[in-house]
Ligand binder design. Structure first.
Ligand code: ATR
Length: 285
């Protein structure tokens, strides 16, 4: 029940009506018995800074930020945490006494999901396929949290190099093209797909971005695509007996961190996952 007392947070994006953030966050607020609510606000490209200012004026407690505003919001905030400073993008804003602090929970969300599944990337060799915004967050978080070595493989090698530059610390990080990925797969512990290859409704629906024959039972295989939940990559990984993490894992755990930042409480990830699965019309698993 939304009342005059309700604390409001909002997800901003363009498009935003498809976002799973409101169902996940509202389920978490309800679970905790908090008088909080999340709404989705469509904000046109280029208006991210104006949205931060408007939210501050209206007493919105926090923002979740999706495409195309992540860089604009990072720049518009009054304060930025170390990861936002490094990556130049933010997916979360906390308003405190009128000051906006920007955070990014995407990369840590994926690492948290791995840790929860007993696959801590600390000490692991990791192959990240793709070099977009998600891959950058993941490279930063994995290296900050102790990955032993990281390889970024991308269709466009220059973007892989830029993505590799987001690494923190001394672990070796290399950038390669997709054609050179075959041998690397055999040498890593964790494979993460951050590209849209395999996503339903695209022209590469059903396609495998990693050579399926290279997958081994010892691998942890992660896909951040969640439409479908069982992507071709995860089906191939499952078939060889590898451990898998589906695309809702990162989505749910980055949202758990947002809850922590806004409310100082940590909701059970299962509450958010069940809500997201419900919104997708899928049964819990
Ligand atoms: P996000 O910010 O969500 O990670 P993005 O910046 O659009 O998304 O990045 C998409 C990633 O998927 C990129 O690594 C892209 O490769 P390029 O950098 O070469 O464009 C990758 N990608 C998209 N379609 C692909 C395809 N058909 N085959 C291989 N990689 C693809």
């Amino acid at each position: 029940m939304i009342a005059a007392s309700t604390t409001v947070v909002a997800v901003i994006g363009d498009p935003v009506r498809h976002s799973l953030s409101p169902v996940m966050h509202n389920a978490a607020f309800a679970h905790a018995g908090l008088d909080w609510a999340m709404i989705a606000l469509p904000v046109p490209a280029g208006d991210g800074a104006a949205a931060v200012s408007a939210a501050r004026t209206m007493g919105v407690a926090g923002l979740a930020v999706t495409m195309p505003h992540k860089a604009d919001v990072a720049a518009a905030a009054d304060h930025r945490d170390a990861t936002v400073q490094r990556l130049g993008v933010a997916n979360t804003v906390v308003f405190n006494g009128g000051a906006a602090t920007a955070y990014t929970t995407d990369g840590d969300g994926l690492v948290d999901a791995m840790v929860s599944a007993d696959h801590d990337p600390a000490g692991a060799r990791v192959l990240i396929v793709g070099a977009g915004g998600a891959a950058r967050s993941i490279v930063e978080a994995m290296t900050r949290r102790g990955a032993r070595a990281v390889t970024v493989a991308n269709r466009t090698v220059t973007r892989a190099e830029e993505c590799a530059a987001c690494a923190v610390g001394d672990a070796p990080v290399s950038a390669i093209g997709l054609d050179d990925m075959g041998d690397v797969v055999a040498e890593v512990d964790i494979v993460v797909n951050t590209t849209s290859v395999g996503m339903a409704g695209t022209d590469h629906e059903g396609a495998l971005v990693v050579p399926g024959a290279a997958l081994r039972p010892e691998h942890l295989v992660v896909d951040i695509v969640y439409h479908p939940l069982q992507t071709p990559l995860l089906v191939a990984a499952d078939a060889v007996g590898a451990a898998t993490l589906d695309g809702l894992a990162m989505l749910v755990h980055q949202a758990v961190r947002q809850q922590m930042l806004w409310t100082s409480q940590t909701p059970p990830a299962s509450v958010l996952r069940t809500a997201a699965l419900g919104a997708l019309g899928l049964a819990d698993s």
